[in-house]
Design a protein around this ligand. Sequence first.
Ligand SMILES: Nc1ncnc2c1ncn2[C@@H]1O[C@H](COP(=O)(O)OP(=O)(O)OP(=O)(O)O)[C@@H](O)[C@H]1O
Ligand SMILES: [Mg+2]
Length: 227
Amino acid sequence: MPALQLDNVRKVYRTGDQQVVALNDVSLTVQNDEMMILVGPSGSGKTTLLTVAGALLRPTSGGVRVGGADITDLDDKRLAGFRREEVGFVFQSVNLVPFLTAKENLLVVRQFGGSRIDTQARKRADQLLDELGLGGRGSSLPSQLSGGEKQRVAIGRALMNDPSLVLVDEPTSALDSALGQQVMDLLRREIKGRGVSAIVVTHDDRVLDYGDRTVRIVDGALETGAQ
Ligand SMILES: Nc1ncnc2c1ncn2[C@@H]1O[C@H](COP(=O)(O)OP(=O)(O)OP(=O)(O)O)[C@@H](O)[C@H]1O
Ligand SMILES: [Mg+2]
């Protein structure tokens, strides 16, 4: 069963009488254990593809299957539950909660799911922070962390609930070359080590080598042969 399957997905944004076709008949399969890299010009639909794949946005038409389950027709509550349990997001703008420490930023995703923050959750957060080279920074606030450290906290948060699908938007945009490579190394190790799948969006040529496959999107359509 593929980790993710998009079938003829269209996404049209409407604002007033304006209409933007952000995804135009996109079909794509991501296999288990696959790290797919998504590239394309600004405004080509990369972030939209991630948000549809991760059930943050419903497609205007077309089907979305994650781990074989069709999520297209789930109601809002089920969709939110699905997102919490199965999907880890690293957003383009990182989005850490500014008044929570690094470790609390990881733990808070457990609370969103209604689970208690128990010893096991704390252990998991500590372990992830260690693996991400942030062992000593668990009690730091985001404002006390560098750009690369914040990005790594965001990656830890995305992995906290053991998702089956990790969606990452521009993980290295704020980082210099060495840090960017370090973050990609960590991401690949986490993804391969846990047998999850990932789509990583990037403008950064240096990131391409880390993926199993590169897919290009232009004007909301995938390059032919990409599926
Ligand atoms: N909420 C929205 N409402 C209306 N139009 C939107 C919205 N979000 C994105 N768009 C439009 O949809 C198209 C695709 O946007 P998207 O954010 O997916 O591009 P992107 O490839 O991620 O770009 P970038 O590389 O700059 O992040 C663009 O034309 C954008 O202006
Ligand atoms: Mg984007």
